[in-house]
Design a protein around this ligand. Structure first.
Ligand SMILES: NC(=O)c1ccc[n+]([C@@H]2O[C@H](COP(=O)([O-])OP(=O)(O)OC[C@H]3O[C@@H](n4cnc5c(N)ncnc54)[C@H](O)[C@@H]3O)[C@@H](O)[C@H]2O)c1
Length: 343
């Protein structure tokens, strides 16, 4: 993942798409990631690009392709809307620049497979995927506890991902490809076995869900027999709430509640929730960006748990099986287990 000759050892990053996530990445890159500086930003909305550029002291590029081609940009973060990722990743790889693409790599398995085949092995090696939960200290501790072997083999995983409200235009399919996709990546990463079949379920229609099938309950079975439940509830209203418990043969291991403050008063204990992912996963985004920048700076730097296109394919295969299960009204559907798709 070499970036050529970065100026004075600093990786000059271009950020494409500076909405909620891209603006957060740009600020983290400039303030919390050693060896990185945001050189340019681009957005389909020029006023947004200019505002973030002024905020981080970068240039506002006229368009994404000129940013990618720019001699002042060594590497690119893509944080645009999901359907635009493939074209931008192709352009970055065409320019020989490392790219960290937000999840999902594309919204469908077919597009992901086509993109990865086109990139080829050397092109795919330039691409990292924003599955940042792998960098969250809580999930990392959970994985260490499971993998230590002292708790026995993992048997069951319970995942919960709840948010305050779905974004504009969200669909029942997006709930899987855009939200549950984090759990579809993290379950096999935690237990060390790919998902071989998946089933979709939903309870009665919620009045909070704006016509979506929300919440959804997903069942995953891994190749070596672990069962996982994934509850995704985009419109849970009360806060951004991420939970995970792994039941092993002789112990249950859970994420601790990441509340910042607990207030004991009036015969009650109360704690606050983050309003969205930016606060809850701030450490994970910072560590992900730091690992990515280090890997670009030195081909020998460990990539840590940085997700690859193979991980994007694996998650897209499970998402596709779940969408098929949803459309057929439920029931287990096998995944392709990625044996047919190689860069
Ligand atoms: N890893 C995570 O935890 C996480 C969390 C939220 C969002 N995301 C991902 O980040 C990406 C952005 O999500 P968001 O919530 O910031 O969305 P957003 O709508 O707030 O921002 C997207 C931005 O991209 C711009 N854009 C869209 N198409 C473009 C194009 N072709 N060229 C240039 N700019 C373009 C839009 O104008 C907008 O400013 C999505 O892929 C989403 O799935 C990841």
């Amino acid at each position: 993942m070499s970036a050529g000759s970065p100026a004075a050892g600093v990786i000059r990053v271009g950020v494409i798409g500076v909405g909620v996530m891209g603006a957060d990445h740009a600020r983290q890159l400039n303030t919390a990631v050693p060896g990185a500086r945001v050189a340019a930003v681009a957005d389909a909305d020029p006023s947004r690009a200019q505002a973030v550029a002024a905020d981080v002291g970068a240039a506002a590029a006229d368009d994404p392709l000129s940013l990618i081609a720019g001699a002042d940009v060594d590497a690119v973060v893509v944080a645009t809307s999901d359907p635009t990722h493939a074209g931008l990743v192709r352009a970055c790889v065409g320019a020989g620049k490392p790219v960290l693409c937000e999840k999902p790599l594309t919204p469908s398995l077919a597009e992901t497979a086509e993109l990865v085949r086109d990139l080829g092995e050397s092109g795919a090696a330039l691409v990292s995927i924003g599955f940042m939960r792998r960098f969250d200290p809580g999930y990392a501790g959970l994985r260490d506890a499971i993998r230590s072997g002292r708790r026995g083999a993992p048997l069951v995983v319970h995942c919960v991902s709840r948010g305050v409200s779905s974004g504009p235009g969200a669909t029942s399919e997006y709930s899987i490809t855009g939200a549950s996709i984090h759990d579809l990546d993290i379950v096999p990463w935690l237990v060390g076995s790919p998902v071989s079949e998946a089933a979709w379920l939903a309870p009665r229609q919620s009045r909070e869900a704006d016509g979506l099938r929300d919440p959804q309950l997903l069942l995953l079975r891994t190749e070596d027999g672990v069962l996982a439940t994934v509850e995704t509830y985009l419109n849970a209203r009360y806060g951004y709430d991420i939970r995970c418990e792994v039941v092993c043969e002789s112990a249950a291991v859970s994420l601790a509640e990441p509340r910042r403050v607990l207030i004991d008063a009036d015969l009650t204990r109360a704690g606050d929730y983050w309003p969205d992912w930016r606060g809850r996963f701030a450490d994970a985004y910072r560590l992900e960006l730091t690992t990515w920048v280090r890997a670009i700076s030195s081909d020998r730097a460990p990539r840590g748990p940085l997700a690859t296109v193979a991980d994007a394919i694996a998650a897209a295969e499970v998402a596709e099986a779940l969408i098929r299960s949803m459309r057929q009204g439920g029931g287990f559907v096998p995944t392709q287990l990625s044996r047919s798709v190689r860069p």
